[in-house]
Design a binder for this molecule. Structure first.
Ligand SMILES: *Cc1c(COP(=O)(O)O)cnc(C)c1O
Length: 445
C-alpha cells in the first residue's frame, strides 16, 4: 500500500467528496520551503493559495521555526484562566500597535470559526448587559463566509456549506452584498459612491432595533470567490452602526496581516470595528490560533463585581497557546522589521500586471480583480453577458488538476481561480506561477 492509499484507509478529508479521491488521490507532501511544497517524489508545487490562505511568510520560515523551537523547550501550554505567560503578553502588546486604533483587548480561541462564535456571543452579551435586551439577532452580507460551526454558518450565506443545516441555524438578516463585477447600478468599484449601500439602509430601517451586530468580511468576500468591494461601503456601514447602536464585527480572518495591501482591510476605510476576528495569517500558518479583539467600550460592559454575573464565560482549552503565540510574535516582528508590506506592495503591482498581460484577453476570463497580492480570475462562458460556467461542469476543478500537473496549487472557488500567495513571493516565482496557471487554463479552455 502506498502512502496515498494508506491515507484513504483512515482519513476523511475536509470539504471533499471522498469518492473524487478514487480517481484523484491525495498528494502527500513531504516538506516545504518558501512558496514551495514538495511531494514524496520530490515534485515541486508553488503554493499560490498559501495553504488555505494562512501561510503568510513562506513555509518553514527559519525565523518562525526558531521561535517555535525555542518556545517548545520552555513551555508548551498552560491554562490561560488565572495564568499567563510572556509570549501571550508580548504578542498582545505588539498587536495593539498594529490593529485599528481603539481595539485594546484580545480574547483568544483556536480557529477562525471559534473566533467568530466568540465575537457573536460577545456582541450579544454586550447588548444584553447594556440594557438592549431586544437586540437578539445578527445581520450579515449575502455571499458571506465566517466559518463552519453552527453559529458561524448561520451568519454565512453560502448554500454549499449551510443549506442542509438550515433547520439548525439561527434566523439572521441578510443584506444583499455589493457585487461589483455585475454591478446593478453600472458603476465601477474604483470610483463609485457605493449606491448598493441602500440595501443595507433598507435592512437597518426594518431590523436595526432588534439587531445586536452586523458581521462582515471587510472589502473582500473570500469564499464567495474573492469578491472585492470599495472601502466607502465599510465607512458607510460604520456610520450607520454608530447611528443605530448596532455593533460592527469585522471578520479579518482572511484579510488580516497585509493580505489586502494594508495591515488590515479596515485600514483602507480608516474605521475601527467594535470587535475584530483574527486567525489564519496570525501565526503565519503555523499553529491554530485565533483572536477576537474588542474595544474598551465592549470590555467595560463585562467588567463588574463577580456577583453581578457579567463576566464573559467563554473559554477554549488552547486559548493563547504559548507555541502559537511564539509563532505569532515572530510573524509580527518579521512584518515590521523586514518591511514586508512595502515589499509585497511592489510585487502585488507586478503580479497583477503580469496576469493582465498574459490572461485578460482570454475569452473565458471575465474579470481579473485584485487587492493586495490577492488576484481573482472569474471564468465566464461569455464576457459580454458575464455568464458563469455551469458549476456542475466543474471547469475550475479541471483546471485545478491541470495546474497541479504543472506544479501549481490553484484550488478554485467555483468558477473563480485565484492567487493568494505568501507575502514573500518573489518576481521570479510570480513569473513561474503565472506561466503555469496560463498553461493550465489554456489546456482546458
Ligand atoms: C477561513 C475563514 C473563517 C474560518 O476559519 P477556520 O479557521 O477555518 O475556522 C472565518 N472567516 C473567514 C473570513 C475565513 O476566511
Amino acid at each position: 500500500m502506498n502512502l496515498a492509499q494508506k491515507d484513504l484507509k483512515y482519513i476523511w478529508h475536509p470539504c471533499s467528496q471522498m469518492k473524487d479521491y478514487e480517481s484523484f488521490p491525495p498528494i502527500v507532501i513531504d516538506h516545504g520551503e518558501g512558496v514551495y511544497l514538495y511531494d514524496m517524489e520530490g515534485k515541486e508545487y508553488i503554493d499560490i493559495i498559501s495553504s488555505w490562505w494562512c501561510n503568510l511568510l513562506g513555509h518553514c520560515n527559519p525565523e518562525i521555526n526558531n521561535a517555535v523551537k525555542k518556545q517548545l523547550d520552555t513551555l508548551e501550554h498552560v491554562i490561560l484562566a488565572n495564568f499567563s505567560h510572556k509570549p501571550v503578553i508580548e504578542l498582545c502588546q505588539e498587536l495593539s500597535k498594529s490593529v485599528p486604533r481603539g481595539l485594546t483587548k484580545f480574547h483568544f480561541s483556536d480557529c477562525g470559526s471559534s473566533a467568530v462564535e466568540c465575537a457573536l456571543k460577545m456582541a450579544f452579551q454586550y447588548q444584553y448587559q447594556t440594557g438592549q435586551m431586544k437586540r437578539t439577532r445578527f445581520m450579515c452580507l449575502s455571499e458571506g463566509y465566517h466559518g463552519e460551526t453552527i453559529g458561524a454558518l448561520a451568519v454565512g450565506s453560502l448554500d454549499m456549506y449551510a443549506k442542509i443545516y438550515q433547520p439548525l441555524l439561527m434566523d439572521t438578516v441578510r443584506i444583499p452584498a455589493p457585487d461589483c463585477y455585475r454591478c446593478p447600478y453600472h458603476q465601477n468599484r474604483e470610483n463609485c459612491q457605493a449606491n448598493c449601500f441602500e440595501e443595507a439602509e433598507k435592512c437597518f430601517d426594518r431590523y436595526a432595533d432588534t439587531t445586536c451586530a452586523v458581521i462582515v468580511e471587510p472589502l473582500l468576500q473570500g469564499s464567495a470567490g474573492m469578491r472585492i468591494y470599495p472601502p466607502l461601503y465599510l465607512k458607510k456601514l460604520r456610520t450607520l452602526c454608530d447611528q443605530t447602536g448596532v455593533m460592527l464585527i469585522a471578520d479579518e480572518i482572511a484579510t488580516g496581516f497585509g493580505r489586502t495591501g494594508k495591515m488590515f482591510a479596515c485600514d483602507h476605510a480608516a474605521i475601527t470595528p467594535d470587535i475584530m476576528c483574527l486567525s489564519k495569517g496570525l501565526t503565519g500558518g503555523y499553529l491554530p490560533m485565533a483572536i477576537a479583539a474588542a474595544t474598551d467600550k465592549v470590555y467595560e460592559a463585562f467588567y463588574a463585581d463577580y456577583k453581578e454575573g457579567k463576566a464573559f464565560m467563554h473559554s477554549h482549552t488552547y486559548s493563547g497557546n504559548p507555541l502559537g503565540c511564539a509563532a505569532a510574535l515572530a510573524v509580527q516582528k518579521i512584518l515590521r522589521e523586514q518591511h514586508i508590506l512595502e515589499h509585497a506592495a511592489l510585487r502585488a503591482q507586478y503580479l497583477h500586471e503580469k496576469l493582465l498581460t498574459r490572461l485578460s484577453d482570454h475569452p473565458n476570463i471575465g474579470e481579473i480583480r485584485h487587492i493586495g497580492l490577492i488576484n481573482a480570475m472569474e471564468l465566464v462562458t461569455d464576457k459580454k453577458t458575464k455568464t458563469g460556467f455551469d458549476e456542475k461542469k466543474r471547469i475550475g476543478y479541471e483546471i485545478y488538476q491541470r495546474a497541479l500537473a504543472h506544479g501549481l496549487i490553484l484550488r478554485p472557488l467555483g468558477n473563480v481561480l485565484y492567487f493568494n500567495p505568501p507575502l514573500t513571493i518573489t518576481e521570479a516565482e510570480i513569473d513561474k506561477a503565472v506561466y503555469r496557471c496560463a498553461t493550465a487554463i489554456e489546456e482546458v479552455l
